[in-house]
Design a protein around this ligand. Structure first.
Ligand code: URA
Length: 434
């Protein structure tokens, strides 16, 4: 087989056979195909697309390109939850505690990832002492004992995706539905999930800017996941404004904890309940979605989900003090307010700009080896639709490096638009793809 022939075939819009896909993926993971040919092939896929069989073959070839977790020693049906990524999205932290409190085993492997704030692993690592590197034995034992554990994704998991994603990132080929779908689902399969709940974010702060493309991505992921024998459901949720109020790693942990204690933002609570209720249904705990949701509401109200979170933190060496403000999480040295310059309604709150402001403060990384500052970020005080008076605080920036402040402030200022008329309500959940 010849790589140039494969690139030519895809460039001309033809369908790749399974053995051609296997050959490409093997060459990507083993390093026998050079970056420039992989880049050319990715660009051909970007323009010509892939049909569902090609996408499924690519997903499976990638999933088995490295180590595949065997979660058989964990009792029960293993459900994973994945978000395509958004600003202020701390639902995974909440869903882990809620699902585990409901008795569903959550063996969670997450990445650090690029982005405006860190990935789930970075958020947990903002808890002093929290260990994200557990041995396989510790990981499995912990899930069997307290129903949940969270570790950093092993370096040997889906090596083909690791290399391909890095090349896509610098060749403008990330925004391709077959490439995104295969990248996400291959990692879930390799991580041992039997059921997968996908939160496909839609809007300015997401990969998918509009509902049509997000729906297409959701349908593709559900179909290839099911084709690979997994139970999958995708929920399309809004990412035009940040989810909840806090954006930044320790800030997001604190907000997740507040919510588990019954004090959180309504949008965050709603999305967390919906996603976790789907996890319970996939796991067979309930056949009725509403009954699953009611159980979760009870687990929140009785403090059992909060208790579960504290168990996970303690089991992994994390130190929090629930009697202290901010749970004794790391805090930035300065707080800077953004003040409303006029009276009116918040008619726009751009998630992307808020995310960018948080990244400028040091909450996220542009390159994989960038250092993250766990204590910095943005705390929104007002959100879309809120009424503000001139002089009201719109948001608070948590800052350590004052030199970063000016640019962050400018981004945050631009994120808010205040106008005279109350804006229409934006849906929080657009649709569910089963
Ligand atoms: N997230 C992934 O894991 N892969 C993609 O290609 C895009 C988002």
């Amino acid at each position: 087989m010849n790589v140039v022939d494969i690139i030519t075939k895809k460039r001309n819009g033809l369908t790749m056979t399974r053995s051609e896909i296997d050959y490409m993926v093997k060459g990507i993971s083993e390093g026998t195909i050079p970056d420039y040919q992989i880049a050319a092939w990715a660009m051909a896929v970007y323009f010509q697309g892939m049909d569902i069989e090609e996408t499924r073959d690519l997903t499976l070839a990638m999933a088995y390109s490295g180590e595949v977790m065997d979660l058989a020693p964990i009792q029960g049906f293993k459900v994973d939850k994945h978000s395509t990524g958004g600003v202020g999205d701390k639902t995974t932290l909440i869903a882990i505690a809620l699902a585990a409190a409901a008795g569903i085993p959550v063996a969670k492997m997450s990445g650090r990832g690029l982005g405006h704030t860190g990935g789930t692993v970075d958020k947990f690592e903002s808890i002093p002492g929290f260990r994200v590197e557990l041995s396989r034995r510790e990981f499995i034992e912990q899930v069997n004992t307290i129903k949940a554990a969270l570790i950093s994704q092993s370096g040997n998991l889906v090596p083909a995706d690791k290399r391909l994603y890095a090349i896509r990132d610098v060749t403008a080929t990330v925004e391709s539905i077959p490439l995104i779908a295969s990248s996400i689902i291959s990692k879930k399969i390799a991580a041992g999930a039997q059921g997968i709940v996908l939160d496909v974010k839609v809007g300015r702060g997401a990969f998918m800017k509009d509902l049509d493309t997000a729906t297409q991505l959701a349908r593709t992921m559900v179909e290839i996941g099911k084709g690979a024998g997994r139970e999958v459901v995708a929920v399309l949720t809004d990412m035009n404004q940040p989810l909840g109020y806090n954006v930044g790693n320790a800030l997001e942990v604190a907000e997740a904890l507040d919510l588990l204690r019954g004090q959180g933002a309504e949008d965050l609570k709603e999305v967390s309940l919906i996603l976790t209720a789907h996890m319970l249904v996939l796991a067979g705990k309930h056949t009725d979605f509403q009954a699953a949701r009611e159980e979760l509401q009870q687990l929140l109200a009785t403090g059992q989900a909060f208790q579960k979170f504290t168990e996970i933190v303690a089991a992994q060496g994390g130190r929090l003090d629930f009697s202290l403000p901010f749970y004794d999480l790391p805090q930035a040295s300065h707080k800077e307010e953004l003040i409303a310059r006029e009276e009116g309604y918040v008619v726009d709150l751009d998630a992307l700009k808020v995310g960018h402001a948080a990244m400028l403060l040091g909450a996220g990384r542009e390159q994989l080896d960038d250092h993250i500052d766990p204590s910095v970020g943005v705390q929104l005080v007002k959100k879309y639709g809120d009424f503000v008076k001139k002089g009201d605080v719109l948001a608070v920036m948590h800052v350590n490096d004052i030199n970063r402040l000016a640019l962050a402030r400018q981004q945050l200022q631009e994120a808010f638009t205040v106008g005279p008329a109350q804006p229409v309500t934006i849906p929080l959940v657009y649709k569910t793809v089963l």
